[in-house]
Design a protein around this ligand. Structure first.
Ligand code: C2G
Length: 142
């Protein structure tokens, strides 16, 4: 049983995330997602999530490619996760290319997958804010 792990915030889940998770699962039989907690997101990535951890976890657990969701609470846990969860392959988007090569020393294959272009949680938020500005809810007809 080949075990794969990936890490992320996965806020406002979109098709870019799904493309990543699908390709990650294709590399093994069992996919673990280490989901960034709200505290980790804010303290380490300055991200304020629209959905709280439990909501993001519920969404991920509904995805057919995902077998287990665990919390990501710090940068350092990757090394121990590889051993604790008997991971064969670490997968993440290529926006992180080269950042986690040290996991090879723990015996894991490290794979950077191409990001899906033209979609991001940040863009979704910006586009929604712009739309709201151009079509304030209060003045909507009927
Ligand atoms: N992703 C993608 N294509 C996009 C957007 C995201 O392939 N258009 C991938 C990212 O590369 C990442 C995963 O989807 O592998 C989750 O993206 P984020 O939630 O933005 O994750 P990030 O904040 O990069 O967290 O310790 C690692 C970090 O927790 C990674």
């Amino acid at each position: 049983m080949k075990r794969v792990i990936t890490y992320g915030t996965f806020d406002l889940l979109h098709y870019g995330h799904i493309n990543l998770l699908r390709r990650a699962k294709e590399r093994g039989d069992y996919l673990i997602v280490a989901l960034s907690t709200d505290e980790f997101n804010w303290n380490e990535k300055q991200k304020k999530c629209y959905f709280k951890y439990q909501q993001r976890k519920t969404l991920l657990e509904a995805i057919r490619y995902v077998d287990l969701v665990i919390p990501e609470t710090c940068w350092e846990q990757k090394k121990t996760d590889i051993h604790e969860y008997h991971i064969d392959t670490f997968v993440i988007g290529d926006d992180w290319k080269g950042k986690f090569d040290f996991l090879k020393d723990e015996g894991a294959e490290v794979v950077y997958l191409s990001r899906t272009p033209e979609i991001s949680t940040t863009d979704i938020k910006m586009n929604l804010a712009k739309h709201e500005e151009e079509n304030p809810a209060g003045s909507r007809k009927n």
